[in-house]
Ligand binder design. Structure first.
Ligand SMILES: *Cc1c(COP(=O)(O)O)cnc(C)c1O
Length: 405
């Protein structure tokens, strides 16, 4: 306030000075009450009624019979891959354009990712490339599917609902069904998203959610495995709780993991989940506002939503055409940062990553293009239409500045 000059209204100064973060948690419901109850009753750790309730509540959202809480989304994916029977030296199909946790979870099992490019319309794993890979580059032998080039067994597929927009699940299901491939959904960004009337996370054999701080709802850190298969759910609980075979004696029948979600965090999750619908509706409004206010700026296109799906619109993300716009996404990001507006690039595609660039891949250049040109814009559920206007007019002024020279 002290910098307010006579010629600038307080409002203007405020809006240009406030930091607009990319995506921050929103703690506005029963979080304090439920967490306090854990503290008051000493039920803070790895078991408790909130863990049971959060699991039941998430299963309801995913439309599955069971859900098992984990310490984070990566642990959920790692466990789900083990449950699907993925073994060392197998291959697991994932999109090349994803957060690195998807690939890391595959690596933890000792398997190798096969990287499939994205389709250009909604930026999800391309079912046509998947079909091409399975039919033309794999062979069936001894009851299993083998990658002809690498000689490794193809054991599972992990479609990712990128930015909370559902993948074309029916297409992926139709293709992989013929090969008996289990499907594990990486729904880390997509809790509450709907694909043709069915909730995501419950579409495949197993679905994984994340409750990291920047996701749709948060427990600070956390994850969940959803499934309709009771045997898999039981095994998930077993593996994530050190594979203890006896309620009293410390006898362990397998190499288990300490992947439990503490009760205190599950309490927060229960409170956050009560607000899920509000959060998603707000995220969708934010996307609508961006679409509206970016419409007249050449070279900027917001991610589209496919027919018949309901996206969480996790992060409103634009694809920049640098020639048309006059600046690339790096320059735009820096210019926005100078105006206290945070934005972020897409993940480096796995086939470009120093860690995974040697893995088998099926590429068309779409993920490269999206990585080069996409920028995610402020998308916290507290973002207002005025905030969106501020971001869009900042982008607009960059465009007109370059287009006038
Ligand atoms: C966040 C995320 C994960 C990992 O979840 P964590 O809870 O951070 O371990 C996995 N996949 C995708 C696509 C994600 O966005």
């Amino acid at each position: 306030m002290s910098t307010t000059s006579d010629t600038t209204s307080i409002e203007d100064t405020d809006s240009s000075e406030t930091v607009l973060p990319l995506c921050v948690p929103h703690i506005a419901g029963n979080e304090w009450e439920y967490v306090k109850e854990c503290l008051d009753t000493n039920w803070v750790s790895s078991v408790g009624s909130y863990v049971d309730r959060f699991e039941a509540d998430v299963a309801k959202v995913a439309g599955t019979k069971h859900a098992v809480a984990t310490v984070n989304g990566t642990a959920a994916l790692h466990t789900a891959l083990m449950l699907a029977g993925v073994e060392p030296n197998d291959e697991v199909i994932i999109p090349t354009l994803t957060f690195i946790a998807t690939a890391n979870a595959v690596h933890y099992t000792g398997a190798r990712p096969v990287l499939i490019d994205s389709e250009p319309d909604y930026w999800q794993l391309d079912p046509e490339l998947l079909e091409d890979f399975l039919t033309n580059q794999c062979e069936r032998k001894n009851g299993a599917l083998w990658n002809e080039k690498t000689g490794r067994r193809v054991a599972a597929i992990v479609p990712v609902h990128i930015l909370g927009h559902p993948v074309d699940f029916d297409a992926i299901y139709e293709i992989s069904r013929g090969y008996d491939l289990p499907i594990i959904e990486d729904a880390a960004e997509a809790i509450g998203a709907i694909y043709k009337g069915r909730p995501v996370g419950g579409l495949g054999n197993l679905g994984c959610f994340s409750f990291n701080g920047n996701k749709i709802i948060t427990t600070g850190g956390g994850g969940m495995i959803a499934t309709n298969d009771e045997r898999l759910a039981k095994k998930a609980k077993y593996l994530t709780t050190t594979a203890k075979d006896d309620p009293v004696e410390y006898i362990h029948g397998d190499v288990g993991y300490n992947y439990r979600m503490p009760n205190m965090l599950a309490a927060m999750g229960c409170a956050q989940l009560e607000q899920l619908n509000d959060f998603i509706m707000r995220k969708r409004s934010i996307a609508d506002w961006y679409r509206e206010h970016l419409e007249d700026i050449p070279g900027v296109n917001l991610q589209s939503e496919a027919q018949g799906v309901f996206s969480t619109c996790w992060l409103s993300t634009v694809e920049i055409d640098p020639d048309e716009f006059g600046m690339d996404r790096k320059q735009i990001r820096e210019a926005l940062l100078e105006k206290n507006i945070h934005s972020r690039p897409f993940w480096q595609p796995m086939h470009q990553s120093p860690v995974y660039k040697r893995e088998f891949s099926v590429l068309t250049g779409v993920a490269d293009r999206l990585f080069a040109n996409c920028l995610s814009l402020p998308s916290s559920v507290t973002v207002t239409e005025a905030d969106v206007e501020r971001v869009c007019s900042a982008i607009g002024s960059l465009a007109s500045a370059t287009q006038n020279v």
